[in-house]
Design a protein around this ligand. Structure first.
Ligand SMILES: *Cc1c(COP(=O)(O)O)cnc(C)c1O
Length: 427
């Protein structure tokens, strides 16, 4: 499939049925798999043969879908996880241990920020946050002897900052560590971080990949390029024998292409069990089959809504990387030529009260904490996710009380603009 274009891969990659086999990927709703001899099964446990024995580790339905996502991102191997949070945690923890350090962009999803800054800190894993707009010198200075990875989001949720992937990956490689990019918002249809130097790509498939608000899930893709053995001392988990797995050295046995995902599956999924159900993987695949058709429409609607809002007298500013007035416009043009995503945020001049009235009057855009759905939804952080904060704290956090985030769905853009227009008039 790798020679085909993105549109073809979205529809057909990952699963090729044989003669008389199901056209759609089968849902293998089975916890376990049967063998004729103990010897057959023993080979699987020793990672001497590939096959299935227990769905916590691997399941064929999940593997078809993971293989498709690997192809979409241009990676060598991939795995599914139960959520985006699980994908981020496993990707980082596959490299880190107590005493390790991570360099991360400060402009990331709130859940990931908590994961790294609070929960992983309790495990003895330290982080230095850097501005996504830091200079090369500032970025360089963030690295320590014990740094194991660099992390960032291609388009950050919810700030909509665009990451300079080449710059961050360049710094990571200079310091002998891999670059991890969360590519949830643009999806591989609009941005392929591996082409710009990323080593590992993670996703909350809950968002555009599923695209219908139907199934929570995550994915990890490895480009298969990072030379672990060249930095043996930094990555003992990959480069020295795993005593919990018959003394296997992942980087030796599975090489650059297979080491990261094999270790992450055989060791972390085995122990942590944050597996995606085959039912959810099937639903995710239905979403992937139309990802290349949906993403351009999300972008078209996002762009139209952003342009409409930018010209409206009730609106003080609009944040959308597709607007030439946006700070990240040039960077977005470089990394995502077909546009980024359908999420737009804007501030109402009338503050909290205006936001309340505006949202109450919306008919098509539902109030939800979700984004990246086929149905348009919106959120006022000041009265929901950031409710505990004072006016001053809200402003300092870059979420003034009149800020509204709207995730443009797949409806007709004229209907969406009409809906926004009448709700703005009600203020
Ligand atoms: C939603 C989101 C996550 C978390 O994913 P879940 O599937 O909700 O666990 C991580 N990163 C980004 C960029 C997200 O938007």
């Amino acid at each position: 499939m790798s020679n085909y274009k993105m549109n073809t891969k979205c529809v057909q990659a990952g699963y090729t049925p044989g003669n008389g086999e199901p056209r759609q990927i089968p849902i293998i709703q089975s916890t376990t798999f049967k063998y004729e001899t103990s010897e057959d099964m023993g080979k699987l446990f020793d990672l001497e043969a590939s096959g299935y024995f227990y769905s916590r580790l691997q399941n064929p339905t999940n593997d078809y879908v993971a293989a498709k996502i690997a192809e979409l991102e241009g990676g060598a191997a991939a795995m599914l996880t139960s959520s985006g949070q699980a994908a981020n945690f496993l990707a980082l923890f596959n490299l880190c241990e107590c005493g390790s350090h991570i360099v991360s962009s400060s402009s990331i999803y709130g859940g990931t920020f908590n994961l790294i800054a609070v929960t992983m800190a309790k495990m003895g894993i330290d982080v230095t946050f850097v501005s996504p707009d830091c200079t090369e010198e500032e970025l360089d200075a963030a690295f320590k002897e014990n740094t194991k990875a660099v992390f960032g989001e291609s388009i950050a949720n919810p700030a909509l900052t665009v990451l300079d992937i080449e710059k961050f990956a360049g710094a990571a490689h200079k310091h002998g560590v891999p670059m991890i990019v969360d590519n949830t918002f643009p999806t591989p249809v609009n941005c392929r971080p591996i082409e710009w130097g990323a080593d590992i790509v993670v996703h909350s498939t809950t968002k555009y990949m599923d695209g219908h608000g139907a199934a929570v899930g995550g994915a990890i893709v490895d480009a298969g390029r990072f030379d672990w053995m060249a930095y043996k001392d930094k990555f003992p988990g990959l480069c020295t024998p795993d005593e919990s797995y018959h003394g296997i050295t992942y980087a030796e046995k599975f090489g650059k292409e297979g080491a990261f995902i094999t270790k992450c599956t055989a060791q972390l999924m085995r122990d942590l069990g944050c597996v995606q159900s085959p039912q959810n993987a099937y639903i995710l695949n239905l979403g992937l089959e139309s990802l290349h058709v949906r993403m351009p429409r999300h972008v078209e609607n996002g762009q139209a809504v952003a342009e409409f809002l930018e010209g409206h007298p009730q609106v003080s500013y609009v944040n959308y990387p597709g607007l030439p007035s946006n700070k990240y416009y040039e960077r977005a043009q470089k990394y995502m030529k077909g546009g980024g995503c359908g999420v737009v945020s804007f501030e109402l001049k009338g503050g909290r009260r205006a936001a309340e009235i505006f949202m109450k009057h919306l008919k098509l855009a539902a109030i939800e904490t979700h984004v990246a759905d086929a149905r348009t939804c919106c959120l006022n952080p000041a009265t929901s996710t950031h409710r505990q904060m004072s006016e001053e704290q809200l402003r300092a956090a870059g979420v003034p009380s009149g800020l509204v985030r709207i995730s443009c769905g797949l409806e007709d853009k004229e209907d969406l603009i009409g809906d926004l227009k009448q709700a703005l008039e009600a203020i």
